[in-house]
Each structure stands twice: as structure tokens, then as C-alpha cells.
Write a new protein. Sequence first.
Length: 218
Amino acid sequence: MYEALLKNLQERGVTLVAVSKTHSIERILELYQRGQRDFGENRVQELLEKAPHLPADIRWHLIGHLQTNKVRYITPFIYMIHSVDSSRLLEEIEKQAAKIGRTIDCLLQFHIAEEETKYGLSEDEADELLQSASFKAMRHVRLCGVMGMATFTDDTEKVRAEFRHLRNIFERLKRVYFAEAPYFRECSMGMSSDWEIAVEEGSTMVRIGSLIFGPRSK
Ligand SMILES: *Cc1c(COP(=O)(O)O)cnc(C)c1O
């Protein structure tokens, strides 16, 4: 499955983030040896337990909700934070990154699904953040695009509409705030069940777990 999936995505210029949450260091290493370098975890604690035991050239993506009090643990090594869902969180990332002299790539997470439980900004909140003096003064975070999760449903047209909405948000932000910023180019959308629709709707980065690693035990 992995090789065929990777080839398909590479041909379309889409980055594959292998979501390794709940899976062992051995399973991650196995995939690493087949060439995979981008891995995603959704919990800081689990990421901190695994990362020191794995090769240093792995690009770790934090894809789950991030609490401000945990930011400092990941700033020394994280490659990209997909789940920026408040200005307070972005301010904390800036502060911790400044301390260690790193610039951290981040995505703004948008709430595009119907479910109440999914985290993410509204467009108004994002505009407010991007227009704030506090954001304009930041030198240690680099906003590289957007992330979102579609509703978990069999209704593929609904999923498609939500991904299209996220892509439209991306296009608007690019035009209004990042026209001169070539690094603002990522649209992180699509998981095991809906990645094909996401890619058709303009995803540049898919986060895929169970399709590669098999079902999670918990
Ligand atoms: C777990 C998770 C994924 C991957 O889910 P699969 O259905 O196993 O592909 C993608 N994105 C986020 C934010 C996740 O938490």
C-alpha cells in the first residue's frame, strides 16, 4: 500500500505525512527505512517519548491540538505545527522559538467540519490574527498555509464541499496577506478515508495513518 500511495502522491506534488500515533518506534523505523521522512503525531507526550529514539532527520509534524503550556517542549525540534488555532498559541510559539533562535513553520487550522468538537479558527478569527500588530511583529514563526479536517461522514459531496471551502480560504489568505510570500503554499487536508477527495480539491499535504500502518489498537 505505502509504495503505491507514495508514488500516486508524488506524481501529483503532494507531501505524504505518515501519521504514526499509537504505533511503535519499530513500525516507524520500518517506514523510515523505506524512505519516509515526514511523520505526524497528535499528542505532545507521545511525540516526546518517541522522537529521541528515532533518526534526527525525521521531519516531525504536530497535527493535534496543542496546549500553550506544552509548546516549549517541542520548539527545539518540531518541523511543522499544523494545529495553530488561536493567536494566544501562536504568540507562545513565537516566544519559545525566539528563546532558542529558531523559526517554526506553522499552519492555521480552520474549523470546516460540521462537528462541534473539531478545533479550528473561523475566517473572522484568522483575519483578526493576521491583521494584529502582535502577529506583524513575529519573527520566529512562519505561516506556511492552512489545515483542516472534514466531517466524518459517508457523504462524499459534503466532504468535497468542506475541502473546497478550505482551499478557498487558503486562496483568499494568500491573495490578501501572503501574495509576496512563496512559503505560504500548504493546504494540509485529507486523511485515510478522504485523501483522494482532498487531493482533487487542491490538497498539498495529506496526513495518513491507518491506511499505511493499519488500524490503531485504541
Ligand atoms: C489521526 C489523525 C490523522 C490520520 O487519521 P487516519 O484516519 O488514520 O488516516 C490525520 N489528521 C489528524 C489531525 C489526526 O489526528
